[in-house]
Design a protein. Structure first.
Lengths: 732, 80
């Protein structure tokens, strides 16, 4: 999450400033940039974006700010979070001693240090287009229309980086009430500190769980009851860590929310699907912990007091800002000073606006929440160190990692992990010793093997499905073996290598393209030509190549003759020529199914085909072959109706009718009587004296008669006054 | 100096695109036959493009994958 923002912030700033009305933009830029010339709006925005990278200018402007404003910026910077709800900023500001938190936010907005998040930072992968009609005329107007999602503020990363070192107006000491005992740490008690791997490992559990069954959400945004039960019942996800100091309510829900913020889970419609590990997983444990810390203030549906907050009518979460202020307060103390978390909680409650009217707040929300957050969450992400007192109570202080994440010091006590930490056993079990695990190794291992237990030694199991999953992420057999060898304390057993090899080979036998692009070339030569020019596709026949995606295809090299969506219904795209057996396919309308069907009952005629039309011809041989393949006359007739819009042609019916059981055509000698007009022919056919000698009517003016009946017909016609003239054609 | 232009190699190659195609690519022809012989799968296959390539009916991807897995295969599914 952090890294993309570091890359995309200039575009976000550009888009936000582009939504400012010109008057407002000039006012803000005047305070921030102080330009000497009157620049056009577009140039003003560009200069403003560039100015955020100007360290000298930013430092100068920050110096000019009121101390209370600088304090607020420093608090936001130490949180690592770039997007804030307006309410949270006000709460943090008031905790820092400001009477009215809103005026500080207004000031910072007007001076360009904060920006309204009008482009939705969560959707930074698909940022909106520049705005043609700027609609933010003033920040007062913007605040007046919060919309269903509420108002959010964006802190540009350069401002955050320059503000992190400012001191916070927080106490240097937390005194108990008069008469109460001052708790002192036991010098002999050990300093307790988690290794920080618990949350990254549980993220892997969550991902494996969601891979099997996506988590479903209801219309109110809460979890389905069954999924919530699964989250709570999952022994690896929600159970207490082995080094737990206190129980954390709904730990599984908290991890799900963190996973969502980090992009490890992706919401799709009303389900949560597996996403990808953020790039920080390759950056070491410190980067991962910093990212988890930065995600915490953005979590709405979990709090340390009640766990899951599934009340759709109460989405307010004052605990986010309260917990943040508490950790910042710890950072404001000397490095080795222990604090009673209950004293710290009392101080936050005294200063946070949510607890101002204590009588209206449920007693359960008044006490104990900070202890759960500090000892349950902050401790597990290594922000906090703890020491136990004799009575069972704990004192806390910020750890070196915590101080480093807050930007209070550069060095931390994270050490390089031991690379050789795996024990691969012949029964396909893998033991991963915790002290050697890094987030990247945990990610790679859980991509390859199913996590069975989390503890000082994590137990994983290599299974066909888990290995297939690893192969699908792009790993090859060699990569898997390399990973096990590189981190294994002993050579990988041969039985394990053989099993992985078998699964890998099996996996490569069938490839399914879920939504591929198929490139159809008119001739095999064209396909060869395209491949020689570097077409990133796999040749699957002499004219077809398949590509999993169109990315990387240089379309400037190709002339698209047609584009066809596979999901569309088949169209009428074939015409028959006058001979009744030649079919011409219109390439611009034809689909792939046609390509699979036509060769089954017709031969391709290459000479008559071109780029725009493909010609096929039916023959008795092709139709006989089609019949054997299941293309019966009825099926063929249906195909003609669908593809040509009419039934089989007489020529094809003639060929199909020539079967052994069909009545054979007869040949017989016949005489033809040609008549002057149709009326005479009709008369001959109607009058019984003549009609009895007629064999058949050949046409409007032609009748056939057998040689035996000719004389009888002649007499009957003579009886009616007509004379039959005999015409002998010359013999050839 | 005589300049001979090679128009053939520089010309754009005509091609027809079929988008959003769902297909199964098998290692060999007998494997494709085996798939086609399976009743449940045959109804989800709309055509055989080549000896090794089978076209899957739109929207039937998941049932094809599930049936192949039931047959003991482990297909690799390439998403876009």
């Amino acid at each position: 999450m952090t890294e993309p923002i570091q890359k995309t912030w200039p575009e976000i700033v550009r888009l936000v400033l582009g939504r400012y009305d010109e008057k407002l933009l000039r006012e803000v830029v005047q305070r921030f940039l102080r330009p000497r010339n009157q620049w056009p709006v577009e140039e003003l925005i560009e200069r403003c974006v560039e100015a955020f990278d100007n360290t000298v200018l930013i430092n100068r402007r920050l110096k000019e700010l009121d101390e209370s404003r600088r304090t607020l910026l420093a608090a936001l910077a130490q949180s690592g979070q770039y997007k804030w709800k307006l309410g949270q900023l006000i709460e943090i500001g008031m905790c820092m001693g400001q009477e009215d938190g809103l005026s500080a936010v207004f000031d910072l907005l007007n001076q360009g240090f904060l920006l309204p998040d009008v482009v939705k930072l969560e959707q930074k992968d698909r940022l909106p287009k520049p705005c043609k009609n700027p609609y933010i005329k003033s920040f007062e107007q913007w605040i007046g229309f919060p919309g269903p999602e509420g108002l959010a503020i964006f802190l540009p990363p350069p401002i955050s980086q320059r503000s992190i070192a400012f001191s916070l107006s927080l106490p240097q000491k937390y005194e108990p009430l008069e008469g109460a005992e001052i708790l002192q740490p036991d010098p002999l008690a050990p300093v307790l500190q988690a290794d920080g791997m618990e949350f990254p490992l549980r993220m892997s559990v969550l991902l494996q769980m969601v891979h099997k069954d996506p988590l479903r959400k209801n219309q109110q945004g809460g979890f389905f009851k069954r999924d919530l039960e699964n989250l709570r019942a999952n022994s690896m996800l929600s159970a207490d860590p082995s080094d737990r100091l206190i129980e954390v309510p709904d730990l599984g829900v908290l991890l799900t929310e963190i996973g969502l913020k980090l992009g490890i889970l992706i919401p799709k419609e009303s389900e949560l699907h597996p996403g990808a590990y953020p790039s920080s997983w390759d950056g070491g444990l410190h980067a991962v912990l910093a990212e988890i810390w930065a995600a915490l203030p953005a979590i709405d549906s979990w709090n340390p007091c009640t766990g899951l907050n599934d009340n759709p009518e109460d989405r307010s979460n004052p605990f986010n800002s309260a917990c943040l202020v508490a950790v910042l307060a710890l950072g404001n103390l000397p490095a080795n000073q222990w604090v009673d978390p209950e004293l710290l909680e009392s101080w936050v409650i005294d200063h946070h606006p949510y607890w101002k009217d204590r009588e209206s707040i449920r007693p359960s929300r008044l006490k104990g929440w900070l202890v759960k957050f500090l000892l349950g969450v902050a401790f597990q992400i290594r922000m906090i160190q703890a020491t136990k007192l004799r009575g069972g109570k704990y004192l806390v202080r910020l750890s070196p990692v915590g101080r480093s994440i807050l930007g209070l010091q550069k060095e931390n006590d994270l050490q390089d992990v031991i690379a050789k930490t795996l024990l691969v056993q012949p029964n396909l079990e893998v033991l991963a010793f915790r002290q050697g695990l890094s987030p990247a190794l945990a990610r790679d291992l859980t991509n390859l093997a199913t996590l069975k237990s989390i503890g000082p030694a994590c137990q994983l199991l290599l299974e066909p499905e888990s290995v297939y999953f690893a192969l699908e992420t792009g790993l090859r057999y060699e990569d898997i073996c390399g990973l096990l060898e590189r981190h294994g304390t002993r050579p990988t057993p041969q039985a394990v290598l053989d099993a992985i090899k078998t699964w890998s080979n099996k996996h490569e036998r069938i490839t399914i393209y879920a939504s591929a692009t198929l490139l159809e070339f008119p001739t095999p030569k064209d396909l060869e030509n395209a491949l020689s020019r570097g077409l990133p596709a796999l040749k699957i026949s002499d004219r077809f190549a398949v590509a999993a995606s169109e990315e990387g295809i240089d379309f400037s090299q190709y002339r698209l003759t047609a584009t066809r969506d596979y999901g569309l219904m088949p169209e009428k795209c074939v015409q028959v020529e006058n001979d009744g057996v030649t079919l011409v396919v219109d390439i611009s309308k034809s689909d792939l199914l046609l390509e699979t069907e036509l060769p089954r009952f017709a031969d391709f005629v290459e000479d008559a085909s071109s780029q725009q039309r493909r010609v096929y011809q039916l023959s008795p041989e092709t139709l006989k072959k089609a019949d054997q393949l299941g293309f019966t006359p009825t099926v063929l007739d249906d195909w003609f109706q669908q593809r040509l819009g009419h039934p089989l042609t007489p020529a094809i019916q003639l060929i199909l009718g020539a079967k052994s059981d069909a009545v054979p055509p007869k040949v017989e000698n016949m005489l033809v009587v040609h008549l002057e007009n149709e009326l005479i022919a009709d008369g001959i056919m109607q009058w019984p004296e003549t009609s009895q000698w007629i064999h058949s009517r050949l046409g409007p003016c032609a009748l056939s008669v057998t040689s035996e009946s000719l004389e009888k017909l002649r007499k009957a016609l003579a009886h009616a006054g007509h004379k039959l003239v005999e015409f002998n054609s010359p013999q050839s | 100096m005589l300049i001979v232009s090679n128009k053939t190699s520089a010309a754009r190659i005509p091609v027809k695109l079929h988008r959003r195609v769902c297909l199964v690519l098998t290692e060999d022809s007998p494997l494709a036959e085996e798939i086609l012989a399976r009743k449940k799968l045959a109804s989800d296959i709309s055509g055989r493009l080549t000896n090794e390539v089978l076209l899957v009916r739109t929207g039937r991807l998941e049932s094809v994958v599930a049936e192949l897995q039931r047959m003991g295969h482990t297909p690799q599914v390439l998403q876009r």
